[in-house]
Design a protein around this ligand. Structure first.
Ligand SMILES: Cc1cc2nc3c(=O)[nH]c(=O)nc-3n(C[C@H](O)[C@H](O)[C@H](O)COP(=O)(O)OP(=O)(O)OC[C@H]3O[C@@H](n4cnc5c(N)ncnc54)[C@H](O)[C@@H]3O)c2cc1C
Length: 505
């Protein structure tokens, strides 16, 4: 019997380094490499042309380095079946994916197709997210073991053998796919850019990480900016983890205090790589959190939730928030900056969501879809968990309400960032604030307290904590100690303990 063809299906893993499916395929002789432009992706409400551009540029780079990536448009099952018939595909290799609902449905359809045609599909994890996880107990140890496992060597495209006569058509452009120009100035795509970004962060840019990350003035330079690369897999999380740990070890061994303080900064960064998977695990364990509240006791709380229509005023406020014309300068500056660059630092993302959820009292789904289209690094598991956390619907986290006025005072005291993005700020052309900050926050806090103080909500919080709460420190601090800038005493205190109170930040 002639051996069948192996097919490597690239998804969010557009790289040659530390790539298990490509590595494995080299052992099987003839192998095809495929990227599918799926209509479900292009039509999904989270997808923006900038995402498609980033992916196509990354694929173009792989081809330029000699990897013969086939690019096909169409529903995954149709594309796979066409290739199976033409090339006798019997083995499918890919990475596991924890994505939005449409990708989950597609994976189920591909599983059924594999079964029908006797195709063996091997999916390999590429993050610390665990499939079919029974309990969060021991999760952190599994994360560590995966991240510490040896990274795989870079695949050499020159040694690649493809079926004879295989022709690679030109890559489609976003406009050929019917997409409008995105008009943003974005960070570069591709594995080489990802490696450069990691290298210059660890070499020096990350020195001031802990101080730089909160202000939108310093964060664009002082944060790693690896998020789109991790989201589209132009770099593996393990590569980042291992390079960071090696750098920390070298810096910590240095006698100079400055170098040791750099090591301390990088430890803060290293912890965030764990958060990446901690939040994605929530979507993996409960895919419905993309659409509905973690805490069902919060159902129907705000306009925009299922069965609660938005009024004309709600619609107008949502539009003002999206367009950066709320009359709250820090909110408007952050939104306009995000729309122009596809990136914003964590604190300001949280402030934008807090403003939509508490000041404007809007359900998180519409604002979340809008932000997904603005973030070049859209990663469903992180995004929807964070949208709910910053909107107070997880049932377990401390309510954190950001005052845009305080954020400006703390992080842009001279108005440099605000003037850059809202030049009309101190002129008559700038609109009056659409809400009274203090009154809106007080009302929001009272409504949420009333809800969370019920027996049902408290019982539900325990269940959510069991299922999704972290089991060790080193995860996002959310208690009163965090407010004072300290970590909760490790390791006994759980950062995601059931609801404690409200923080005004
Ligand atoms: C409402 C909201 C939505 C968000 N949506 C996304 C998203 O779609 N995709 C995304 O990658 N991040 C998201 N984040 C988390 C965070 O804002 C970004 O990861 C970070 O700003 C990316 O910049 P960076 O790579 O320079 O981060 P760095 O500070 O350099 O961190 C390095 C990496 O750690 C991970 N990380 C950092 N902060 C967090 C966090 N709070 N939670 C989980 N992982 C984290 C990311 O992978 C990031 O690339 C969201 C945050 C909020 C508040």
């Amino acid at each position: 019997m002639t051996p069948g063809t192996t097919l490597v299906w690239l998804k969010r893993d557009l790289r040659l380094a530390d790539h298990a499916p490509l590595h494995e395929a080299q052992r099987h002789g003839r192998a095809l490499v495929l990227f599918i432009i799926e209509p479900e992706w292009l039509a999904s409400p989270e997808c923006d042309p900038m995402h498609v551009g980033f992916v196509l540029e990354s694929v173009a780079e792989l081809r330029a380095r000699g990897l013969p990536v086939l690019v096909r448009e169409g529903p995954a099952v149709n594309v796979l079946e066409t290739l199976r018939q033409a090339h006798g595909v019997t083995r499918l290799l890919s990475h596991e994916e924890t994505g939005p609902g449409w990708s989950y449905a597609r994976d189920r359809a591909v599983t059924a197709w594999c079964r029908q045609h006797g195709v063996a599909w091997t999916e390999t994890p590429q993050t610390g997210v665990v499939r079919r996880l029974r309990s969060r107990l021991g999760w952190a140890g599994r994360w560590q073991a995966r991240m510490d496992a040896p990274a795989l060597p870079v695949v050499d495209p020159a040694s690649w053998s493809t079926p004879p006569g295989l022709l690679l058509a030109d890559l489609p452009t976003p406009s050929a796919l019917g997409l409008p120009p995105h008009g943003r100035t974005l960070q570069p795509a591709g594995e080489a850019a990802a490696q450069r970004t990691l290298h210059d962060f660890l070499a020096g840019r990350g020195r001031d990480y802990r101080r730089a990350l909160s202000s939108p003035l310093s964060a664009a330079e002082g944060c790693s900016r690896l998020s789109p690369h991790l989201a589209f897999g132009t770099l593996s999380l393990r590569t980042v983890h291992q390079a960071t740990e090696a750098r920390i070890a070298a810096l910590a061994a240095d006698a100079q205090a400055e170098e040791r303080s750099f090591a301390h900064a990088l430890r803060g960064f290293a912890g965030r790589l764990r958060w990446h998977c901690h939040f994605m695990q929530k979507l993996e364990d409960e895919p419905a959190i993309e659409f509905r509240n973690f805490a069902r006791s919060a159902d129907g709380l705000r306009p925009g939730d299922d069965g609660v229509p938005m009024s004309a005023l709600d619609q107008e406020r949502l539009a003002a928030w999206q367009e950066g014309r709320t009359g709250h300068p820090m909110v408007d500056a952050c939104m306009r900056s995000l729309r122009a660059t596809g990136w914003l630092n964590f604190r300001m993302r949280a402030m934008l969501v807090s403003f939509a959820a508490y000041h404007l009292w809007l359900h998180w789904r519409e604002p979340g879809l809008f932000l997904a289209r603005q973030f070049l690094d859209f990663e469903a598991g992180i995004h929807w968990s964070q949208m709910q956390m910053q909107s107070g619907t997880t049932g377990i986290n401390t309510l954190r309400m950001y005052s845009p006025t305080k954020q400006m005072r703390d992080h842009d005291p001279d108005g440099v960032f605000v003037r850059r993005w809202v030049p009309e700020w101190d002129s008559d052309a700038y609109p009056a604030p659409i809400v009274d900050e203090r009154a809106a926050l007080t009302a929001a806090r009272e409504r949420l307290w009333a809800l969370r103080d019920t027996r049902d909500a408290r019982a539900e919080a325990d269940t959510i904590q069991q299922r999704h709460g972290s089991r060790r420190s080193g995860l996002p601090p959310s208690g009163p100690a965090a407010r004072r800038g300290r970590r909760p005493a490790a390791p006994a205190k759980m950062p995601e303990a059931p609801f404690q109170g409200t923080l005004f930040d």
